[in-house]
Design a protein around this ligand. Structure first.
Ligand code: NAD
Ligand code: 0WE
Length: 258
């Protein structure tokens, strides 16, 4: 059965109890993985305190600041992993950011800097974290990122994030091709809409969730736990033949036409 004991898993992207990354961390912990957590530091240390309290029940053996716009923080995260763990088996990339102004209105008005920000944080970070993890995945590994249907369809207001997710999904394929010979698998989970800090800041998210509840084959949305279970599966040897893929965890919404 699903068993992650003896595996070291780094989880990025936990901001609060609604975060998809929190759902994933809990399922990895349940399956027996040793957990490391990174958080996005702020000046007042509020995020550090909040995330530390949340993840305490998982008894993480690493808890590190990692802003993916900061090369030194990424480097020091993986130096600590090398020194403390010696090896990493599972990397969860669960973060995204675009300027709020760029998530509504005309896509053609996206600024150069807004485009850069969205793709740097949401797309390039997967490439960079994977490159840093590669030399430490000495017994193979599993890298998992989170994407959204807006990367393959034009979803109102998702705009520059859709371009970032398209790039993210392509990056999954190129990383899978490069890292496969080292038995490192790279996959994306395409989650249906879930109320989180990031999605709640978006106008109309409740209408979108309501729409999915009407149309998706399962007539509901998915939970952080369901995404977490899929991440635990993809992290495990049960998924040893799966790499370079985008798995939809969306109650079936993606298959529907009219
Ligand atoms: P969330 O707000 O809980 O998580 C986003 C995380 O990104 C936060 O923890 C935040 O701290 C982190 N982050 C932002 N900028 C960062 C930076 N510069 N460095 C490091 N971390 C940074 O929201 P979520 O919905 O759980 O989002 C997690 C992932 O799931 C994202 O990739 C998102 O695109 C994806 N996703 C979300 C949904 C949804 O409906 N909520 C659906 C499909 C995919
Ligand atoms: O990937 C996401 C959320 C991404 C996101 C959200 C925000 C809001 C707050 C990235 N950056 C920011 N920046 C902010 O300042 N999702 C899949 C959730 C989501 O976001 C949407 C959606 C859905 C679904 C935006 C527009 C339309 C639909």
């Amino acid at each position: 059965m699903l068993n992650l004991s003896g595996k070291n898993a780094l989880v990025t992207g936990i901001a609060n109890k609604h975060s998809i990354a929190w759902g994933i961390a809990q399922q990895l912990h349940k399956a027996g993985a040793n957990i490391g957590v990174t958080y996005l530091p702020d000046e007042r240390g509020k995020m550090e305190k909040k995330v530390a309290e949340l993840v305490e029940p998982l008894t993480p053996s690493l808890f590190l600041p990692c802003n993916v716009q900061n090369d030194e923080q990424i480097q020091s995260t993986f130096e600590t992993i090398r020194d403390q763990w010696g090896r990493i088996d599972i990397l969860i990339h669960c973060l995204a950011f675009a300027n709020k102004d760029d998530l509504s209105g005309d896509f053609s008005q996206t600024s150069r800097s807004g485009f850069k920000t969205a793709l740097e944080i949401s797309t390039y970070s997967l490439v960079q974290l994977s490159g840093a993890a590669k030399p430490l995945m000495t017994e193979g590994g599993s890298i998992i990122t989170l994407t959204y249907l807006g990367g393959v369809r034009a979803i109102p207001n998702y705009n520059v994030m859709g371009v970032a997710k398209a790039g993210l999904e392509a990056s999954v394929r190129y990383l899978a091709a490069e890292l496969g010979p080292q038995n490192i698998r790279v996959n994306a989970i395409s989650a249906g809409p879930i109320r989180t800090l990031a999605s709640s800041a978006v106008g109309g998210i409740l209408d979108m969730i309501h729409h999915v509840e009407q149309v998706a084959p399962l007539r509901r949305t998915v939970t952080q736990q369901e995404v977490g279970n899929t991440a635990a599966f993809l992290s495990s040897d049960l998924a040893s033949g799966i790499t370079g893929q985008v798995l939809y965890v969306d109650a079936g919404y993606e298959i529907m036409g009219m």
